[in-house]
Structure formats: C-alpha cells, structure tokens
Design a protein around this ligand. Structure first.
Ligand SMILES: Cc1cc2nc3c(=O)[nH]c(=O)nc-3n(C[C@H](O)[C@H](O)[C@H](O)COP(=O)(O)OP(=O)(O)OC[C@H]3O[C@@H](n4cnc5c(N)ncnc54)[C@H](O)[C@@H]3O)c2cc1C
Length: 358
C-alpha cells in the first residue's frame, strides 16, 4: 500500500547524518520525512538500532559545541518527556554537576531540532527501494511504500565486534571501536593497550594510540597484514607498537570498577595451547565496519569497500540522480559524528537544488 502524498525528500536513517539532513531540509521548507529505523531484536543484534552508532557510546568529547557544563538543565528543557526516558541518568548528571554530552543525548537533541522545524518521522526500516522511476519508491517494514521525489541515504555502518561476552561487559569501560573518539581518555595514558585487527584501520589506530599509551599491541589472527605496505612498514618501525601474530582475543579480563585490566590471547595455530595473558588498559576492536546497504539490493553503485559511491567529487550525488548520500554509509575514512552531520547538511542542500531544477 502506498502512502498517499509524494514526499519531497525521504531521509533514511536516524543518526547524526539523517537528522542533520532533516534540519536543513526542513528549514528549506521541504517538510522532510525521516524513516528512523525500527526498534527490533534483529536491529539490536545487527547494531542498526534507531538513533545510530553514537547512541551506543557514553560521553562524546570531540563534537564541537559541547564543552562540559550543566547540561542536565538544557536537556531537561530541550527534550520531550517521552524521549527523556530513553536516556540514562548519567546523561543528565547530578544537580549542578558539570558534564559533557552523552552520545544518545546528542542524537536526541539533533532529532528534536529537526522536529522543531517540521520534520516528520516513521519508526520503520526501509526494506527495499525502486530508484528506476520517479517518484522513487521506498518499501517499509510495515508493508507500506513511501513515494518520494528525492531521497537521502544516511543508514550508517555497523561495527564488527569480536562477539565474545566479556567484550559486551566492558564496552565503554575499556573496550572501544573508535580510537579517535576514545584514545585521549586518561584511562589509556602511559598504559598498554591492545588493538585487534590487521588492516589499515588497525594500524592507523595503533599509530594514533601509541601517542598516548605506553605500548600498543596489535593482535592479529594471521602472520600477514592486510594493511597497505606503507602503513605496515611505519607501524613495524614504531618502537611503541608490537605485533602479536597468530593470536585472537579469547577473553577480556577486568572488573566493574577498573574496567579492562587484561586479555587472554589464544594461539590460532595451536588452539590447545593455554592462552597467553597480557595486561592492558583497553581493547580497541578494528576488524571492520559494514556499511548498511543491504536494503538497496544493487540499486546504487557501491565502492570497493561496500560504501555507497559518491559520483561527483565533494558532492553527495550517487549513481541515481535525485538520490543523495550522507554519513558513514558513504565514508570509509573519517567516520566521525561531526563529519556525518556535515555531510547530512550537504545532502539536504544538494536535494534542495535538485528539486528546484526539476
Ligand atoms: C562505540 C562508538 C563510539 C563512537 N564515538 C564517537 C565519538 O566519540 N565521536 C564521534 O565523532 N564519533 C563517534 N563514533 C562514530 C559516530 O558514531 C559515527 O561516525 C556516526 O554515528 C555516523 O553517523 P551516521 O548518521 O552516518 O550513521 P549511524 O549513526 O550509523 O546511523 C545510521 C542510522 O540508520 C538507520 N538505518 C540503518 N539501516 C536502515 C534501514 N534499512 N532503514 C531505516 N533506517 C536504517 C539506523 O537505525 C541508524 O539510526 C562512535 C562510533 C561507535 C560505534
């Protein structure tokens, strides 16, 4: 069943890129429709819950505009009652406490800002698209179809985690998937850390983290790196980076108070060998991210890394005129909230120009 009206712009995704696109589109009087994603067990499992990746972390210290302050008062006055309850008490702080911005609070504030300017929302997943004719069709998980003159794809990416129970226990307490976001935290300063992976991201992360940590151990399941030769030789000649070959993290050790204190590393060549114990203050998982493109089923061109391909340099155009892309789903390099938000704004402006010319 098609919903009656034809949308000017349908925005798919409710992370920083989607909401920022919505703010710009709403202020351009386009009355955007954001398809937020659905709150389902499958999405929880896949790491694609509404509000995106930033909502899975604790305090965000590198998003411009949010130095520590009495943020609780601001959150209490800016957000609706029914949305405040999704935030944990730490996001508001104690009365008078000066705190930074919680990831989920940051996305809630951006959502509220988009709604204030007239953005409408649907809490469903997009499960299929037809971009071969206009208006475009976006099929939703409730079996309805949205018709739209333009679309912005902002479906982000999902972190590939190790998938061991102790990893879940220590997420945001020593376990991280973002070196740039968390590396400067005092908990890692002059202490050893572990980076898991053997590709470009793992080595870039190790190099970055070695600036703060006493030692960065790169744990890799094979004895050969996937990373580029230049990165590999730089990492190998860095005295603060040490490689542990043919090893996987079989368990993360620690306690609730201190967080991560160590890891057990199994030998991939000899699984019967007792695991090696290594002291560490943190585990940075760098085994890849999956751009969330499954629902596109080949409707847009992708890059060799599986991201939606931008077809015009410095623009948000895709292989289909009228379909634009923003955020991590098109980004295998920067993957930061501010970058995603900025590209959302660009996508909305590109959509606005497209609609004006058409
Ligand atoms: C643990 C962690 C900590 C981080 N910490 C920081 C930090 O401190 N600072 C920083 O700048 N960055 C941080 N990042 C990175 C930052 O979160 C991302 O760069 C940013 O969220 C990307 O925004 P996005 O809008 O492109 O995508 P996402 O945030 O991934 O949002 C994508 C949205 O699309 C929705 N979606 C997916 N598929 C569909 C579909 N088929 N239909 C409808 N909706 C769909 C999802 O539900 C989600 O809402 C962190 C990331 C992680 C994982």
């Amino acid at each position: 069943m098609s919903r009656k009206e034809i949308e000017n712009v349908a925005i798919v995704g409710s992370g920083p890129a989607g909401w920022s696109a919505a703010i710009y589109a709403a202020r351009a009087a386009l009355e955007p429709m954001v398809i937020e994603g659905a709150l389902t067990a499958e999405n929880q499992e896949a790491g694609t819950l509404p509000m995106g990746q930033l909502a899975t972390t604790t305090f965000v210290e590198n998003y411009p505009g949010f130095p520590v302050g009495e943020l609780g008062t601001y959150l209490n006055t800016a957000l609706d009652e029914e949305r405040k309850c999704v935030l944990p008490p730490e996001a508001f702080g104690e009365s008078g406490e000066r705190i930074g911005v919680y990831g989920a609070a940051l996305v809630e504030l951006t959502r509220r800002q988009a709604l204030n300017f007239g953005t409408r929302t649907i809490e469903e997943d997009v499960v299929g698209v037809d971009f071969s004719k206009r208006p475009f069709e976006l099929r939703l998980s409730d079996d309805t179809t949205i018709l739209a003159k333009s679309a912005i794809i902002a479906t982000g990416a999902s972190v590939r985690w190790l998938g061991i129970p102790s990893e879940e226990r220590f997420k945001n307490n020593g376990v991280s998937a973002c070196a740039v976001c968390d590396g400067a935290s005092p908990r890692f300063a002059n202490r050893p850390i572990v980076v898991v992976g053997g590709g470009d991201t793992a080595l870039e992360d190790a190099e970055y983290l070695a600036k703060f940590a006493s030692k960065a151990f790169v744990v890799h399941r094979r004895d050969e790196l996937r990373a580029s030769k230049a990165l590999a030789s730089r990492a190998k000649s860095n005295p603060k980076i040490e490689f542990l070959w043919n090893r996987v993290v079989s368990e993360i050790l620690g306690n609730d108070e201190s967080g991560v204190t160590g890891v057990l590393l199994a030998n991939t060549l000899n699984p019967d060998e007792p695991p090696m114990e290594l002291e560490t203050s943190g585990v940075f998982v760098a085994i890849g991210r999956r751009p969330n493109v499954g629902f596109l089923k080949g409707s847009l061109e992708l890059t060799e890394h599986g991201c939606v391909k931008r077809t015009v340099p410095f623009r948000t155009n895709t292989s289909v005129p009228g379909v634009f892309v923003a955020g991590d789903v098109a980004d295998d390099r920067y993957r930061q909230a501010i970058v995603a938000a900025a590209s959302g704004a660009c996508a909305a402006m590109d959509a606005e120009r497209f609609l004006a010319e058409f």
